[in-house]
Design a protein around this ligand. Structure first.
Ligand SMILES: [Mn+2]
Length: 428
């Protein structure tokens, strides 16, 4: 159930339409002076979607505490209802990424609920970073790289079960992130631990259906604080290279040391055809999982600049997996996810405005100042009218957050969903 009616969107849009049109025409006039067709940009941006993680619609937490919000989803079907609201209002999130075992349910029921909201399923996410009830072996000292073969086998079988459910609901990718590593020097042999990881990952890869991809996600630290088995993009590249053609590196923006040049990593992975996709979020210090572009929108723009550059050169993989991966501790998750999806579209729109010919010429001539200014000119452009018009043309809300608040959806579900007890539940 969601109470985002067509008539609500229509009446909300009616009130904003005149100003949105005026702003769009004014921007169109400015862009035409730069030789840019605004409708062509609008069409591309409006067609750009990013997946919502099922766990993102619940309130997150830290290892200290979790403060639940009103009307939190109780199960995957409530989560899919919330995802339906996000996509209905923004038109920017046509797919949902499930996390197993948190979202285990019958494939028929999952498909039916997704269909009800016009959603499809993106990559499946496995979980061997925490122990589940009735699990034989603990992951306290690792999963795919554990010293005990039976523990590794259990972790492998969990991933195979994720693939099996994924096949049944129309997914075509598996994302694997493990917390394996060590907390003290000497705790583990760095080489043999990685050898064990590779062997386990190869077994999973070899079981992939022919049309599936495997995405591995690197992360510098946490929960392991001395070494992490898939620590950085170099390790991740070695994994993808070792496993095979359908193994790709997934870049989670928060999984790097502060100030690491992520756009350069993106460029490298594109160049060697191993970029699988993204987990978008933002951070100030570590893996903060803040809303996308909340801290550094310029960095997000520079990442999209690399993607558009690759696209223009005919080198962009059209099947990149774009997903949000955030933890919403103090905001309404639906609002954060809507805003974040729109920020991804904004960065894409700005990157499409980069004058690539001028940039290439300035780079060739080593005109550093002007080359930098070409990027800045695109980044400085307020593309909100493009995003708003894209939503209006597709029948989504010109102002999704305002329409959502007007709908009373959160109050409505709060009556149906009893409050979840507070606890300490972090989201990684
Ligand atoms: Mn992630």
């Amino acid at each position: 159930m969601n109470n985002i009616s067509d008539s609500l969107i229509h009446s909300e849009n009616e009130a904003l339409k005149a100003n949105a049109t005026t702003d769009y025409e004014a921007l169109g006039e400015r862009l035409s002076r730069r030789g840019v067709d605004i409708q062509a940009i609008t069409d591309k941006v409006a067609a750009f979607g990013v997946a919502v993680p099922s766990w993102g619609v619940g309130t997150g937490g830290t290892r200290f505490a979790r403060f639940p919000g009103m009307g939190e989803p109780r199960d995957i079907f409530d989560k899919l209802d919330d995802c339906g609201v996000i996509n209905r209002l923004t038109g920017a999130t046509p797919s949902v990424s499930l996390h197993i075992p948190w979202d285990i349910a019958s494939a028929d029921d999952l498909r039916a609920k997704a269909q009800q909201h016009g959603l499809r399923f993106d990559a499946m996410n496995s979980n061997t970073f925490q122990d589940q009830q009735q699990q034989t072996y603990s992951y306290k000292f690792g999963s795919l790289s554990h010293t005990n073969a039976a523990t590794r086998q259990q972790a492998i079988e969990h991933n195979l079960a994720c693939i099996e459910l994924g096949v049944a609901i129309g997914s075509n990718a598996l994302t694997v992130w493990v917390g394996d590593g060590s907390n003290f020097p000497g705790q583990t042999n760095l080489t043999s631990q990685f050898e064990r990881y590779l062997e386990s990952a190869q077994t999973i890869y070899n079981s992939l259906p022919a049309d599936w991809r495997l995405y591995t996600e690197h992360k510098i630290y946490e929960p392991a604080f001395y070494s992490t088995v898939v620590q950085d993009w170099g390790t991740n590249y070695l994994i993808a290279q070792t496993l095979g053609d359908r193994a790709y590196c997934l870049v989670d923006l928060g999984h790097h040391a502060p100030n690491v040049n992520i756009e350069m990593i993106v460029a490298r992975l594109v160049q060697f055809q191993k970029l699988g996709g993204f987990h978008f979020n933002d951070s100030k210090y570590g893996d903060d999982d803040l809303d996308t572009a909340a801290i550094d929108p310029f960095r997000l723009f520079l990442i999209f600049n690399e993607l558009v550059d690759a696209d223009v050169r005919g080198k962009l993989d059209k099947n990149l997996a774009h997903m949000l991966d955030q933890s919403h501790n103090v905001t309404d998750p639906i609002e954060s996810l809507m805003q974040s999806a729109m920020e991804v579209q904004r960065a894409y729109a700005q990157a499409l405005l980069v004058d690539r010919k001028a940039l290439a010429d300035f780079q060739q001539g080593n005109d550093v100042l002007m080359a930098a200014q070409v990027l800045k000119e695109a980044f400085r452009t307020d593309v909100e009218p493009i995003l708003a018009m894209g939503r209006l043309q597709k029948g989504n809300a010109i102002n999704p957050v305002a329409a959502y608040r007007k709908s009373g959806y959160r109050q409505h579900v709060a009556e149906q969903r009893p409050e979840v007890a507070a606890g300490s539940s972090g989201i990684v």
